[in-house]
Ligand binder design. Structure first.
Ligand code: ADP
Ligand code: MG
Length: 713
């Protein structure tokens, strides 16, 4: 197998002369260079200030480790069907390689260079960085597509960033992805469920489209197993023209970066509260350590918001010295303005403290970080096929993740990493690698998508990591009960195919598609849009009492879904006012997003020929439509429970209503939840009260009535 290094490409060094020739000819730049970066360069020439900015960007990009490998990468992509690029975070894989491909002509003739990311936020930030570097408006030459947001311009866009999930959806319309000349699957080491599906599907496409080039790029990938996976044999019919086709054997290129050393510190005793420990450590670092930004790895929006609040309070109480601390959260769903702050260089006398989810582990690079605080935890999807419960769990990270996190401290100079766990724990208890998401997920959506792409033998599908048969059986069971699959395990017509076409959790799709039976599609589309954004509340600002009062203004006795309808109505009546949102502790951006998503869902249902009907104030109809999708998530309050304990009807799992729900402490006897999050307990999010008889009405094949309670068939 070919493993190449820079010395295999003797003329690579010549590339370093490019920038100097530009500088020498600043007044009248030499043509080839201007042509390569023409739009930006032309604008540069007009204004000296712009030239300075451009040179500053060039200065950065030409010092990136990947720059030296430009020619090598282009050579391998030309010659090999698949190229695997391994390089540490920040080496320039995501932002530079698509540009190199464009410069080499891979986007000519109306073709597209695609680059997938597992995370939406990474898609947006990488795309806007690349647009900035080239000097074009985001959405034109460089664009991105994430679920419910398309910032591309067909015919103009040459480099397109997208989530791997969106690319899988594109296959439904264009199974061979004919628009793309090269697809770079980025962050492959993350092994997200969509990345794994995508890798399997791309391998299939490559057999039919040997001209398609793949780049698999990652920070830590086990390159050899990936290479074996992509080593495809050609069909005999292709052998004749083999000399014109790229080599099917994947090439591996390792981009060597110059990470600085990072000093690792551990706590001596295990900490009981990692949040408090993180806050204390930030304050100590600020007091004792020389300048340099701090990156803190926490788990999710909840604990990040809590830590932001704790730190801001400390800053207020402590002396002037602490006012130099700039506390910034980083998680997906963060408003655009806040995202930009993260990447703005820290001004003199200030110290940035970025509190992040594991998105900053490898997907995003923050310059200026010298200190990393690692809580040792992240939020991970977890699935138990026995209880059929999929939830987001705060779980210990792997050693591989811990090493990545520490590495973030050595970007600009030698740094320090403070691990908020003991060395013994790291050595003896942390797992070496994480488990691929495919093996800890509910497979319902994945199976629908594969079926819609004509892959019937799901167990026989070429997975990079096989899912468990138990999980597969559970998913088939649920799909059958929802009427999405028929007795032969084929997608039903039209329901199954319609569900496959909707970019939503299948339970929400079924809820929408059933809404007309209850005459309430207008209301259900609003609810579905709310369920598709993270949260519409802004909880961190102000006093808790005022926040609770604001919530009460919209709270409906039926539960969260009906509360959403009240918020939606209020927002419209206010003329979509941001002032109104501010007063009511609501996130204006999120509500605008709800309206946008709702419009898209209306368009989809129109395409299916479904009319828009409203049930006015008949909330029973709304609740029944919710049940039509989520009947499998029914729970019953334990009769003698003092603490609001529920049990799921299907598997008798203990669950509780999440404090963010309007039904928290109300505890109706029967409820349905939309999703679960798990910390110390399983918490139900987005909960609605129901009558038990509605369950047997909605799903007689699933529940039967046994006095006094329905049970599973
Ligand atoms: P990789 O994909 O190899 O982890 P990237 O291509 O994402 O690396 O980043 C390369 C470099 O580009 C970073 O080290 C940083 O200097 C710069 N960079 C990336 N994104 C941004 C951004 N949003 N703002 C400023 N600089 C950025
Ligand atoms: Mg990257």
């Amino acid at each position: 197998m070919e493993k190449l290094s820079l010395k295999d490409f003797p003329d690579s060094q010549k590339l370093t002369t490019k920038r100097s020739s530009f500088l020498e000819s600043k007044a009248l730049p030499n043509r080839p260079f201007v042509q390569q970066r023409n739009q930006y360069a032309v604008c540069m020439i007009k204004e000296d200030r712009c030239i300075a900015e451009f040179v500053a960007i060039m200065d950065v990009v030409e010092r990136l480790p990947v720059y030296k490998y430009r020619r090598a990468i282009l050579y391998l992509v030309e010659r090999h069907a698949t190229t695997i690029v391994v390089g540490e975070t920040g080496s320039g894989k995501s932002t530079q390689i698509p540009q190199y491909l464009k410069e080499a002509g891979w986007a000519e003739g109306g073709r597209l260079i695609g680059c997938t990311q597992p995370r939406r936020l990474a898609v947006q930030t990488v795309a806007s960085r690349v647009a900035e570097e080239i000097g074009v408006r985001l959405g034109d030459e460089v664009g991105y597509t994430i679920r419910f947001e398309d910032q591309t311009n067909p015919g103009t866009t040459m480099i397109k960033f997208l989530t791997d999930g969106v690319l899988i959806r594109e296959m439904m319309e264009d199974p061979l992805l004919t628009k793309y000349s090269v697809i770079m699957v980025d962050e492959a080491h993350e092994r997200s469920i969509s990345t794994d599906m995508l890798l399997g599907l791309l391998k299939k496409i490559q057999r039919r489209r040997p001209d398609l080039r793949l780049i698999i790029s990652s920070a830590t990938i086990e390159a050899r197993s990936m290479s074996t996976f992509f080593n495809i044999r050609r069909k005999n019919s292709m052998v004749e023209s083999a000399d014109r086709l790229p080599n099917p054997e994947p090439a591996i290129l390792s981009v060597e970066g110059k990470g600085y050393t990072v000093e690792i510190h551990y706590v001596e005793e295990p900490v009981s509260d990692y949040l408090q420990a993180a806050v204390n450590t930030v304050l100590i670092v600020h007091e004792k350590e020389p300048p340099g930004d701090i990156l803190v790895f926490l788990t999710g929006q909840d604990d990040i918001d809590a830590a932001v609040k704790m730190l801001n309070e400390e800053i207020q109480h402590r002396g002037r010295h602490y006012l130099g601390l700039l506390i910034l959260p980083l998680y997906s769903g963060l408003p655009r303005g806040d995202q930009d702050l993260i990447f703005t260089p820290t001004s003199k006398g200030k110290r940035k403290v970025v509190l992040s989810t594991n998105i900053a582990e490898t997907s995003l690079t923050l310059e200026g970080v010298v200190y990393v605080l690692d809580s040792g935890f992240s939020k991970q999807k977890c699935y138990n096929p026995i209880s059929d419960i999929e939830s987001l769990v705060v779980a210990p990270i792997s050693k591989a993740s811990a090493r990545q996190r520490a590495g973030r401290a050595g970007r600009v100079r030698p740094g320090k990493c403070f691990r908020l766990y003991t060395e013994e724990y790291y050595l003896k208890e942390m797992q070496p690698e994480g488990i691929p998401e495919m093996q800890r997920s509910n497979l319902v959506s994945c199976i629908i998508q594969l079926k819609a792409l004509g892959i019937d033998n799901i167990l026989g599908f070429d997975w990079p990591a096989s899912p468990s048969p138990e999980a597969m059986i559970r998913a088939l069971e649920v799909l059958y009960s929802l009427g999405i699959l028929d007795d032969d395990a084929k997608l039903t017509v039209p329901l199954g195919f319609q569900v496959a076409e909707m970019p939503l959790d299948p339970m929400i799709s079924i809820m929408i598609l059933s809404a007309n039976n209850f005459g309430c599609s207008d209301e259900i589309l609003t609810i579905a849009a709310f369920l598709s954004v993270q949260s519409v509340w802004v909880s961190m600002r102000g006093v808790k009492k005022e926040f609770d009062e604001a919530k009460l203004r919209f709270a409906a006795a039926e539960g969260d879904h009906v509360t959403f309808l009240n918020i939606y109505k209020g927002f419209h009546q206010s003329g979509k006012s941001s002032q109104w949102c501010y007063k009511n502790f609501l996130n204006h951006q999120a509500l605008k997003k709800v309206i946008d998503i709702r419009e898209q869902l209306v368009r989809i249902t129109k395409r299916f020929g479904l009319p828009l009907t409203s049930c006015d104030r008949d909330m029973e109809a709304v609740r029944k439509a919710v049940i039509a999708g989520a009947f499998a998530n029914a729970c019953h309050l334990e009769e003698y429970s003092q603490n609001g304990m529920y049990k799921t009807i299907r598997t008798s799992q203990e669950v509780y209503i999440h404090p963010s729900s309007v039904l928290f402490r109300v505890n109706p006897k029967w409820v349905i939840y939309q999703s679960l999050v798990s910390t110390d307990k399983h918490y139900m999010r987005n909960v609605i009260a129901i009558e038990p008889s509605w369950l047997t009405e909605a799903a007689p094949h699933f529940y039967q009535f046994r006095t006094p309670n329905p049970v599973l068939h």
